[in-house]
Design a binder for this molecule. Structure first.
Ligand code: GLU
Length: 503
């Protein structure tokens, strides 16, 4: 009897829940469900500085909203837990000890300066940049002495010096990568935390994962993983690397060019089943080429060998069309229910009340006040951005620099947004009021609206960014202008970073 299918996704809880995570989850889920197996949710939070509980919660919410249920995970338990990597440190330590004992891994005491120098030299000689093996043959005594003296160190894996690593990807066939291109990967960092490469292999094995469906960006890591499976003497799960979602210009889908947060699509009024349907079309098609199908129909018909490897373009227009098809199929009570689920519910209204209460005289003032927060903006034109004391160039700068700064923000907090805008206005030598003007227009479509910072908090990062991006496109900076603006933004950022903190 073959082992039951077990798949997993292993997102890192940093930032907003990404549509790329939902896309990977969907195919892992469909594969497991089709085969009557299990789908596991594991949280890869070894990067303690960037991982947050809020982001983890948002991943649960996003997947739950899409109806991609998991059988095991941090919030539901399971026989193979714990399912957060930060809670599995002892397991990784025990496994790395095995590798050290068998001579498959070694301690490395090289300083950052030494590693940088090695890298620079390799770059200058046009060689593959990789660790040069400096610490590989230190004696056990020397290692023990240096550790006892408290010297900072990492643990690296050994890699064969010659030959090729050959492995099979179910969609791509046999792939060979020379070992000479593979780095002696750090397995345990100086702070004692495992790296992704160690943790993913140990966890996938101990959690009984039979099939790994993940993004193609991990293909180049397979040789490291395959070596670890060999060192541990474990069978390797089957590998299925899926194509990455792309922006319309073919680059990897990024929040700079496209809204990427599942929350954005929920708040814009896409239906979860339409988004799931759309995401499935990004990598797969029904045998009968039918474009509109339910999750259940997909599970029934799912065949991983029919997946494509070409980079699918995430196309908002097509998604909206598909969503419209789903809306037309609802009857009136269902439609009404969806609108309630979306925004017209007590929880959402309560978020709006503090913004409107001081400004309304009748309850009916609500909609005119908040319409830009609930729906799409009316079409704007360049005239909307005309201002008595600001030139087009200033407007362009404000929009460009604010958007660039928003793209870099990890957290979306009112105080941070406020401090950021104040710092930028100062660095750009604009009055704060003037600086805010184009942002008001871009966000709300009008010069006077509800407080801007509250509006951004309500809209969220993705929607706020999307509005600034649309305004920037409307004003239409040329390629040359954009290049200059990018440079100018870097200078402004440096000026803000070096300015004394406001007291
Ligand atoms: N944490 C990795 C990611 O989010 C997981 C990669 C994998 O599935 O192996 O991309």
């Amino acid at each position: 009897m073959t082992a039951p299918v077990r798949t997993r996704i292993a997102p890192s809880p940093t930032g907003d829940p990404h549509v790329g995570t939902a896309y990977m989850a969907l195919f892992n889920w469909a594969f497991a469900r089709h085969h009557g197996g299990q789908f596991v949710l594991r949280i890869e939070d070894t990067d303690q500085a960037r991982s947050t509980a809020a982001s983890e919660e948002a991943i649960f919410d996003a997947l739950g909203w899409l109806g991609l249920d998991w059988d095991e995970g941090p919030n539901v338990g399971g026989a193979y837990g714990p399912y957060r990597q930060s809670e599995r440190k002892a397991t990784y330590a025990a496994h790395v000890e095995t590798l050290l004992q068998k001579g498959h891994a070694f301690h490395c005491f090289c300083s950052k300066e030494r590693l940088d120098a090695v890298r620079s030299e390799q770059q200058a000689n046009k060689q593959t940049t990789r660790y040069d093996g400096h610490c590989i043959s230190l004696s056990a005594d020397e290692v023990a002495t240096r550790i006892a003296a408290g010297e900072s160190h990492v643990i690296r894996m050994r890699v064969p010096e010659e030959g090729d690593c050959t492995f099979t990807d179910r969609l791509r066939g046999e792939i060979s990568i020379p070992y000479a291109q593979i780095d002696m990967q750090v397995l345990v960092k100086a702070d004692g935390m495992p790296t992704y490469h160690l943790a993913v292999v140990v966890d996938d094995h101990l959690m009984g994962i039979t099939h790994i469906l993940r993004g193609e960006e991990w293909l180049n890591s397979v040789p490291k993983h395959q070596l670890l499976y060999r060192y541990f003497d474990w069978p390797m799960p089957e590998l299925i690397h899926l194509p990455l979602l792309r922006n319309p210009d073919q680059s990897k889908l990024s929040k700079r060019k496209n809204p990427t947060s599942v929350t954005y699509y929920r708040d814009m009024g896409y239906l979860p089943e339409a988004l799931v349907n759309y995401l499935s079309l990004m990598g797969w098609s029904m045998p009968n080429e039918e474009e509109i199908f339910s999750r259940e129909e997909m599970v029934e018909a799912f065949d991983v060998d029919r997946m494509t490897t070409g980079g699918p373009i995430f196309d908002q227009t097509k998604l909206s069309w598909l969503n419209g098809q789903y809306l037309r199929r609802l009857d009136a009570p269902e439609y009404a229910q969806r609108i309630q689920d979306w925004m017209l519910n007590t929880a959402k209204l309560e978020q709006l009340i503090p913004m409107v209460q001081e400004r309304a005289e009748r309850l009916s003032d609500l909609l005119p006040l908040v319409n830009y927060l609930l729906g799409n903006l009316p079409d704007l034109s360049e005239e909307h951005f005309e201002h008595k004391s600001m030139e087009r160039a200033d407007v362009l700068k404000v929009l460009h620099h604010t958007l660039a700064a928003f793209d870099e923000m990890r957290d979306w907090q009112r105080d941070d947004l406020f401090a950021l805008c104040q710092g930028m206005a100062q660095a750009m030598e604009l009055k704060f009021r003037d600086f805010l003007f184009p942002l008001f227009i871009a966000t709300s479509g009008r010069a006077v609206s509800l407080p801007l910072f509250d509006s951004w908090m309500f809209l969220g990062a993705d929607l706020s960014r999307a509005r600034l991006r649309a305004a920037l496109e409307l004003i239409g900076a040329s390629k040359k202008e954009r290049k200059r603006l990018d440079k100018e933004y870097q200078a402004i950022k440096a000026a803000i970073d070096s300015a004394p903190a406001p007291t």
